[in-house]
Design a protein around this ligand. Structure first.
Ligand code: ADP
Ligand code: MG
Length: 226
């Protein structure tokens, strides 16, 4: 089981340029999360939440500032080093559920698929055991496209845990769900965080933020409340 890694953002700026317009999506964002703790980024639409997540995940380089995962500065790594760091330590569940899972595969297929890139020295969990530990054994052999939105989201999180990441990043994990499915996904995320991984979640939903805790409020790309 992962022990988690601390994550620190220092003076993060991110600027997009689209059709000659500049958008300052992140402005001097700074915070730290200790190993195994939670950070829940909340803010209105357009406040920079998804940008922050992709920057923390090493999927996008910020235009300024640093991101430290453990003692490694993501912004100073080469592409190859980033790929290795991501594979060994990070997992991302993106906002669009269709981009996280193979729809025609079962839950087990999806966990195995997520384990494919593992090289030597990378922890692999048994897919059935992993799904059972997350209360998903009943749907382990069902095709993902036949399951409910809430079940799919939980399988996407299970697939994210397939390589036992030190940091799990999830973007709007409950935005498309009814209240009951939302609570099941939140129960699952709390369990994940309880097991050791550092959990960074993004949400526009205050209920979700209050439940997960460790709240950081973004507005207009700036941290407006700790
Ligand atoms: N790829 C992009 N190109 C240009 N502007 C973008 C891009 N992605 C996001 N933005 C802009 O950056 C700002 C922050 O967006 P985003 O990080 O998606 O916020 P949130 O996830 O909080 O809704 C918004 O003004 C958005 O329009
Ligand atoms: Mg977003």
């Amino acid at each position: 089981m992962s022990a988690g890694l601390p994550v620190r953002a220092e003076h993060l700026d991110h600027e997009y340029e689209a059709e000659g317009e500049r958008v300052q999506a992140l402005v001097d964002v700074a915070f730290q999360v200790a190993a195994g703790e939670r950070l829940t980024v909340v803010g209105p639409s357009g406040s920079g939440k998804s940008t922050l997540l992709t920057v923390l995940a090493g999927l996008q380089r910020p235009t300024g500032g640093r991101v430290l995962v453990g003692d490694q500065d993501l912004t100073a790594l080469s592409e190859t080093e980033l790929v290795t760091l991501r594979r060994q330590h990070l997992a991302v569940v993106v906002q669009d559920p269709r981009r996280n899972l193979l729809p025609y595969g079962t839950a087990v297929d999806n966990v195995r698929f997520a384990q494919r890139p593992a090289g030597r020295g990378v922890r692999r969990r048994d897919p059935i055991e992993l799904l059972r530990s997350l209360g998903l054994d009943a749907v382990a052999h069902d095709r993902v496209d036949r399951l409910s939105g809430g079940e799919r989201q939980r399988i996407a999180i299970a697939a994210g845990l397939a390589l036992d990441p030190d940091v799990l990043l999830v973007d709007e994990p409950t935005s498309a769900l009814d209240a009951r499915s939302r609570d099941e996904v939140l129960d699952l995320l709390e369990r994940v965080a309880g097991e050791g991984a550092t959990l960074i979640s993004i949400t526009h939903d205050r209920v979700v933020a209050d439940r997960l805790g460790g709240v950081l409020v973004l507005d207009g790309g700036k941290v407006v409340a700790p």
